[in-house]
Design a binder for this molecule. Structure first.
Ligand SMILES: Cc1cc2nc3c(=O)[nH]c(=O)nc-3n(C[C@H](O)[C@H](O)[C@H](O)COP(=O)(O)OP(=O)(O)OC[C@H]3O[C@@H](n4cnc5c(N)ncnc54)[C@H](O)[C@@H]3O)c2cc1C
Length: 488
């Protein structure tokens, strides 16, 4: 089987004009969302991408053995389903199909059954013993207006459109995850469930605002689920590219943009790159004070990523784990807090918090018949050179003894490999910068309009900008709307 996306490489027309309304540098979900937002307004668009395939963080490749298709980066997509941008485009007739596992998330614990995040808030609450009513109360208040909440969260800080929905979230979300979990919940099951979700912030759980993901992700689990794309995340990029082609957008793959001189004439240039890369590419065209701000953009911890080709399903001790597309592997709140706290201090965690997905259980197209794939990563200090394979596999063995015996082949990516794979992952940071509230929302490059730069017609549209990391396309969509208002 060829590398997914290769058909597109053959089909994608090379740039044929010398002048465009807009040029997009980078074809991650934000670059493609920016391109779609502009192309839908009947403006001419060129996408330039340095890799031979489209998709940035949404590529799928045979990383281990022939026939085993692995998501190189993103795998699970509650944010895409909830995103106002993705809700506004129909990609279902372009080849994108979402698959839901029976249960979005399992969180195995030692010596007791796994905690399950079910689609149903009632079923989830029932699994939390004496915390059942407290869980229900907390999340039902967010669930009832989840669309309004997401509309206000997936945009830069500003006057909220739905202040009541945001009021129910904001005061809790700015707390530290540890404070909120220990204050709200009495059982180790509910505390662990909250901690695992909060750890998606890639912040120490004592950091203020680390509670936000602990509130948002379960809410989305109940509202829209945590789906995966049939055939792999590449289907997200390919379906967006298919729609773009139908709108006449041109795509030039294998084209690294190193300087503004590499670009054809355009009224707007939107960069799906990190601030540091923009500083290098645009150089002295940018005022030096702004260049300094770009260079001082703070990057967060890195990740160590693994993929496996497996002879069969992971031998979970608790069979309930077979129902879940995603697993949070790290034990109790205290253990997860220790691991993420170590990462925050620049220490390599002995027992890392591992995020794992097992897509082939629900999407047989990912592996040859009877065999399976698995995907996992853990957080490590930025630039960490260490091989975390053993530490990750030890954590999985803890809840699935015999896991190693089922491995046919493994593929690992250190922080350095992540950055060589995609220059946006500076030091292995997959979030485009530290996800602290102050960096994402309060002072993104010190500008009221976060996507525009001091140079007319140059914009930054990557996940380094609000609303931050994840496959939601909103950084690209909102940057494109800004460009349409300003210059297109
Ligand atoms: C291991 C991992 C797991 C993840 N899991 C999830 C998940 O399950 N769910 C989720 O929602 N999100 C997940 N994410 C995050 C998600 O993938 C990113 O937030 C998202 O891809 C960011 O999109 P983007 O368009 O801003 O940038 P990217 O997706 O990084 O795309 C940037 C593109 O620009 C190109 N580029 C960069 N510089 C240049 C240049 N100079 N010239 C030309 N092209 C250039 C790159 O090659 C790349 O294709 C994960 C990420 C990683 C790495």
């Amino acid at each position: 089987m060829g590398e997914p996306g290769r058909d597109l490489v053959r089909k994608a027309p090379m740039a044929i004009r010398t002048k465009y309304d807009a040029v997009i540098v980078g074809s991650g979900p934000n670059g493609l969302a920016a391109a779609l937002t502009i192309a839908q307004k009947k403006r001419s668009v060129l996408v330039l991408e340095e890799k031979a395939t489209l998709g940035g963080g949404t590529r799928t490749q045979e990383l281990t053995l022939p026939g085993f298709r692995h998501d190189v980066c993103s795998a699970i997509h509650p944010l895409a389903l909830a995103s106002p941008f993705f809700r506004s485009v129909d990609l279902s007739d372009r080849g994108l199909e979402w698959i839901h596992s029976p249960v979005p998330l399992a969180h195995p614990l030692d010596n007791e059954g796994a905690v399950l995040l079910d689609r149903s808030i009632n079923a989830t609450a029932e699994g939390l013993g004496t915390d059942s009513r407290r869980y229900h109360k907390l999340y039902s208040s967010l669930l009832k207006d989840w669309r309004k909440l997401v509309d206000d969260l997936l945009k830069p800080l500003g006057v909220p459109k739905h202040p009541l929905a945001l009021m129910r979230f904001g005061p809790k979300a700015i707390q530290s995850a540890k404070h909120l979990a220990l204050g709200k919940f009495k059982t180790r099951r509910a505390q662990a469930l909250f901690a695992g979700n909060a750890a998606h912030s890639i912040l120490p759980l004592e950091h203020w605002s680390s509670a936000a993901f602990g509130l948002l992700l379960p809410t989305l689990g109940h509202a829209v689920g945590w789906p995966m794309a049939r055939g792999g995340s590449q289907a997200i990029a390919d379906s967006m590219a298919n729609l773009l082609e139908s709108l006449g957008c041109e795509m030039n793959l294998g084209k690294t943009v190193s300087s503004l001189n590499d670009l054809p004439d355009a009224r707007a240039i939107l960069f799906d790159v990190t601030p540091r890369q923009l500083a290098r590419i645009a150089g002295s065209k940018l005022p030096s004070s702004y260049q300094k701000r770009l260079i001082s953009h703070i990057h967060g911890p890195g990740v160590f990523k693994m993929d496996w080709a497996l002879a069969g399903p992971i031998p979970w001790k608790d069979p309930a784990c077979y129902l879940a597309g995603t697993l949070h592997i790290g034990g109790s709140l205290e253990e997860i807090a220790r691991a993420e706290g170590d990462v925050g201090k620049g220490i390599i965690p002995e027992k890392p918090f591992v995020l794992l997905s097992q897509p082939s259980l629900f999407d047989p197209s990912r592996a040859p018949e009877g065999m399976q794939t698995a995907w996992a990563y853990c957080h490590v200090p930025n630039g960490c050179p260490l091989d975390m394979s053993n530490a990750i596999e030890d954590q999985i063995e803890r809840f699935a003894p015999g896991f190693r015996d089922s491995i046919l082949s493994r593929h690992s990516m250190s922080t350095k490999d992540m950055e060589s794979y995609n220059p946006n992952y500076v030091g292995g940071d997959i979030a485009g910068g530290s996800q602290s509230f102050e960096q994402i929302f309060i002072r993104p490059l010190g500008r009221w309009q976060p996507y525009s730069t001091p140079v007319k017609g140059i914009y930054i549209c990557s996940s380094s900008m609000p609303p931050g990391a994840g496959v939601h396309g909103m950084c690209g969509h909102l940057a494109a709307k800004r460009a349409l208002r300003d210059v297109l």
